[in-house]
Every structure is written in structure tokens, then in C-alpha cells.
Ligand binder design. Structure first.
Ligand SMILES: N[C@@H](CCC[C@H](N)C(=O)O)C(=O)O
Length: 292
């Protein structure tokens, strides 16, 4: 049995087991990942973040081709062991982990490029936390119908890709958001080929104040179930509500999730519109476990 030294971290309650494997020698199986993430028999987490040098993981070649400074790669796995392309809360916690453990020199005001399966993401450190440039996004998931337990009729969703796939469902009332039972996987019709994370959203009252939009969101994550927060989900939700609100809608949104609040900003670049995500990141404790 091998010992795995890990750190537990969280960002708005989206929690992760992190470990460093610069040389790319610890390839956990989906079963081992699911066992570690199990909240009764393991450490318990929504996902796993492996810190590996980009040159030592196959998916890192594309990251280095995009930005030769993307030394570290965030190898993200969902709680069920499946691979996901990107994790918006995870990347802040990952950057914090690298900085606090001295793997990178990353002071407030600095930018750190991190390799992910959806491309390189630039993370900025500031005095309040971290902001990640989540890159470009697309409305490429159609408008499927979504059925969820305790919502009486199917609702129209909006498919959005922000590096990973999402379907956002706008609800009319807070009561509906509170009552939807996300212990059950929402049914998406037609079902996306690679599945999707599903966000349920209501507008805050007022929707816009001082040029900033506000929404509340709950999420069912592909591969992890209901989580207290999903960063890419918050980005998708803000983009969807801005889309529904039409021209004149704000380009900055506060997204309140069960685990806290994150901020989403849309901004123009030479490369088309990008979207950023800001929020906290915390390392909670360190530990070690025996790998079965
Ligand atoms: N919690 C994450 C998203 C993690 C991946 C997701 N479950 C998927 O399968 O795409 C976030 O903060 O973005």
C-alpha cells in the first residue's frame, strides 16, 4: 500500500482533495478516486485536483503549446472518478495550493497560467482572493428540456459551454429553487453526448443594482451530484441570464450559491469576449491516507 499525502481545500464550499505529483507517477483509478471522495468511508470531496507538471501528462502538451509558462497542470477528476475538462472553483484552490506550498512564486498582483483540459487559464491573485480568466464561451448546447424531481413540468434549458458543458434552467420563483430535489439527476432531453452540469437559477430582487446583476443558483454537477457551488456553473448561469435579459444587461454578476458568492465578469479581448470568475479559496487541512 502506498501513502498519499493530501491537502483538503474549498472554494465557496466546493471541496477538493489536492495532492502534488510533479513527475506524473500517481495515476489514481476511478475506483480509488471515488473511494477518497466518499463522504462516509473516505476523506469526502466533490473532486480531486492533482498538481502535475504539464510536461509529465499527455494533456499538458497542448497547454505548453498554448503557453510555454504553463508549468503546472490541473488534473481534475469528479467524485465518481470521471474526468472533466475544467473546474472554476478548483482552479482558484489549485493556485492557492501551489502558492502556499511554495511550488510557485505567486504574490498579490501576479498572474499564473495553469494548464487544464480546456486550455490554459490565467489566474490573478489579489488581496481578496483569486480571479481566473475562464476564456471564451459558446452557446453550443441547444435548448433542451430539463425534468427535475419536485418541478412539476419540464423546463426549457440553455446549453452553454465554458470549457465544460452546462445546461442552465431559469426558474420563476425562489420557492421553486428551494424545492427542486437535486439528490436525483436532472433528465436532459435530448441528452448531451458527454452529459452536462445543470444549473437552476432565479433572479435576485432587484435583478440589477448599480450596474451589477444578481442571481441565486443551485447546481447538479456531472459526476459529483449536488454541490454547494460550481464556478463554471456560476459563469454559465450569469451568461444565460444576461442572454435572456437582452441588450442593456450588465456584464458583471454576483452569483449566490449555497456555499457563498462568486463574481462573474464579461469583458472584450482581441480574441473575442472572455469571462472571468472571482472568489475565495481556502486550504482546510492536510492529511495522509493509504491507497488501496
Ligand atoms: N465544480 C466545478 C466543476 C467540476 C466539473 C464538472 N462536474 C464537470 O463534470 O464538468 C467548478 O467549480 O467549475
Amino acid at each position: 500500500m502506498a501513502t498519499l499525502n493530501f491537502t483538503k481545500g474549498q472554494g465557496t464550499g466546493n471541496d477538493f482533495v489536492l495532492f502534488s505529483d510533479p513527475d506524473g507517477q500517481i495515476d489514481l483509478t476511478p475506483q480509488q478516486i471515488a473511494a477518497i471522495c466518499d463522504r462516509h468511508f473516505g476523506v469526502g470531496a466533490d473532486g480531486i485536483l492533482r498538481a502535475v507538471h504539464s510536461r509529465n501528462i499527455d494533456a499538458g502538451a497542448a497547454a505548453l503549446a498554448e503557453d510555454a509558462d504553463a508549468e503546472w497542470f490541473m488534473d481534475y477528476r469528479n467524485a465518481d472518478g470521471s474526468i472533466a475538462e475544467m473546474c472554476g472553483n478548483g482552479i482558484r484552490v489549485f493556485a492557492h495550493y501551489l502558492a502556499e506550498n511554495g511550488f510557485v512564486d505567486f504574490e498579490p498582483g501576479d498572474t499564473l497560467p495553469i494548464g487544464t483540459r480546456s486550455g490554459v487559464r490565467d489566474v490573478q491573485r489579489n488581496l481578496a482572493g483569486y480571479q481566473a480568466d475562464m476564456g471564451r464561451w459558446s452557446l453550443d448546447g441547444g435548448e433542451p428540456l430539463v425534468r427535475a424531481k419536485e418541478l412539476v413540468v419540464a423546463r426549457p434549458g440553455l446549453g452553454i459551454n465554458v470549457g465544460n458543458p452546462h445546461v442552465v434552467v431559469a426558474l420563476a420563483e425562489e420557492a421553486e429553487l428551494d424545492q427542486v430535489d437535486l439528490n436525483y439527476i436532472p433528465i436532459i432531453d435530448p441528452e448531451p453526448e458527454k452529459g452536462a452540469n445543470v444549473e437552476f437559477v432565479v433572479a435576485a430582487e432587484p435583478l440589477v443594482k448599480d450596474g451589477v446583476g444578481s442571481i441565486r443558483m443551485r447546481v447538479h454537477e456531472r459526476g459529483s451530484g449536488e454541490t454547494l457551488s460550481c464556478g463554471t456553473g456560476a459563469v454559465a448561469a450569469a451568461l444565460a441570464i444576461r442572454h435572456y435579459a437582452g441588450s442593456g444587461a450588465p456584464h458583471q454578476w454576483r452569483v449566490t450559491v449555497p456555499g457563498g458568492t462568486v463574481v462573474v465578469r464579461m469583458f472584450p479581448t482581441e480574441d473575442g469576449e472572455h469571462v472571468s470568475l472571482s472568489g475565495p479559496a481556502e486550504l482546510v487541512y492536510t492529511g495522509s491516507l493509504e491507497l488501496a
